[in-house]
Design a protein around this ligand. Structure first.
Ligand SMILES: NC(=O)c1ccc[n+]([C@@H]2O[C@H](COP(=O)([O-])OP(=O)(O)OC[C@H]3O[C@@H](n4cnc5c(N)ncnc54)[C@H](O)[C@@H]3O)[C@@H](O)[C@H]2O)c1
Length: 342
């Protein structure tokens, strides 16, 4: 199979714009397409900021910034974006029907030899491959956010993927500075996202059940694993709508109501608090509480951020005065869950 020399990325949101940067940084020309031309403009602005950040932190020579950005082409027409690509990576929202529609359209516009890959966080490519006439060239190619700080990508095939296509993806991943992790057998969530999903599900249940504030869960995580942010800060970075959509995939697959995303998540998504990208999620941005110098300081006496109102809680005892249980941990919480902890 020919080497991958040109790439197109479909969807220029949180992930598509980062994937395009990583590819361009690896010296490969990349076209970025989005249905929403406004999104393309926002992606271009964000990409300039990312690149300026690489220069500022010394990971990119100043002289390389302009050539890197020049390798990214913005196309408002799908056919034009993908026509000359050897690899097309879709990064549109996590819905099977939408991704199938995209795969079918890509099949129509792409060259015969092109590999069609999905950056889906959870969906097995075998759910998409038969939307095309080239299942042997369909694959999962799953990146992690931020792409440059998580130099790994999961590579996996569907029921008929040609091993040579997976080898080509492995080689391409290495070329752009990412370690390919091979998914040996198809599995919803692949490798690390299965593990991360177990963590997400549990921390959401603990907070939704009123057992602890999400900040304290993050504090425990950050102290124990020495990470700069905890699982709730990470979900804000991913996008709470994206997290919700992924949880819906698992719930649809298992049919178990316990797998449904809990109100602590769905209530935020319903009111447009999508995380970092909307300025508010579990935390408020651009200066989230988890990044404050005193977030983990024993001397600080933070007020716990209240969690669920009774109607927004799926399990446990909701925080707040309604129970009259003043001695219960968290009983001092108010019902205004928009307040930051400090
Ligand atoms: N956010 C993350 O941390 C993360 C990490 C790995 C994988 N993913 C996966 O990547 C995919 C995209 O996630 P995201 O966070 O970038 O979402 P996003 O909502 O930030 O971006 C999606 C983009 O797709 C565009 N889009 C919607 N319909 C389209 C269409 N028909 N044609 C072209 N563009 C279209 C939207 O305009 C938007 O710009 C999802 O499958 C998600 O599960 C996300």
């Amino acid at each position: 199979m020919a080497a991958i020399e040109r790439v197109a990325v479909v969807g220029s949101g949180t992930m598509g714009r980062q994937i395009a940067i990583q590819i361009a940084r690896g010296g490969v020309p990349v076209a970025l397409y989005d249905l929403d031309s406004g999104a393309l403009g926002r992606a271009a602005t964000a990409q300039r900021d990312f690149v300026a950040g690489f220069v500022a932190n010394g990971t990119l020579a100043a002289a390389e910034a302009a050539p890197l950005l020049a390798r990214i082409r913005y196309d408002a027409e799908l056919g034009a974006a993908v026509r000359d690509a050897d690899l097309i990576i879709e990064a549109v929202p996590e819905q099977v029907a939408l991704k199938r529609q995209i795969f079918a359209a890509l099949d129509e516009h792409a060259s015969d030899g092109a590999i069609l890959a999905t950056n889906s966080s959870s969906l097995r490519v075998s759910l998409l491959e038969d939307a095309t006439a080239r299942p042997e060239r369909c694959a999962n190619f799953h990146f992690y956010i931020p792409v440059w700080d998580n130099p790994m990508v999961e590579v996996g095939g569907g029921t008929r993927t040609d091993p040579a296509a997976l080898d080509a993806l492995d080689a391409f991943a290495r070329r752009i500075g990412l370690l390919p992790l091979r998914v040996l057998r198809e599995s919803t969530g692949f490798i690390f996202n299965r593990v991360w999903r177990a963590i997400k599900k549990e921390v959401l249940a603990v907070a939704d059940g009123g057992i602890a504030s999400f900040e304290d869960i993050d504090r425990a995580w950050m102290i124990h694993y020495r990470t700069p942010k905890g699982p709730f800060g990470k979900m804000d970075e991913i996008g709470l709508d994206v997290v919700q959509a992924i949880e819906e995939v698992y719930a649809a697959e298992s049919g178990d109501p316990a797998d449904r995303p809990p109100p602590i998540l769905t209530a935020r998504v319903a009111r447009g608090d999508l995380g970092q990208k909307s300025g508010r999620g579990f935390y408020a941005y651009p200066d989230p509480a988890w990044a404050a110098p005193d977030f983990l300081t024993p001397e600080a006496t933070p007020e716990a951020t209240p969690e669920a109102t009774p109607e927004a809680t799926s399990g446990g005892t909701p925080g707040g005065a309604a129970t009259g249980d003043e001695d219960r941990p968290g009983a001092e919480r108010t019902t205004n869950d928009d307040e930051e902890a400090r």
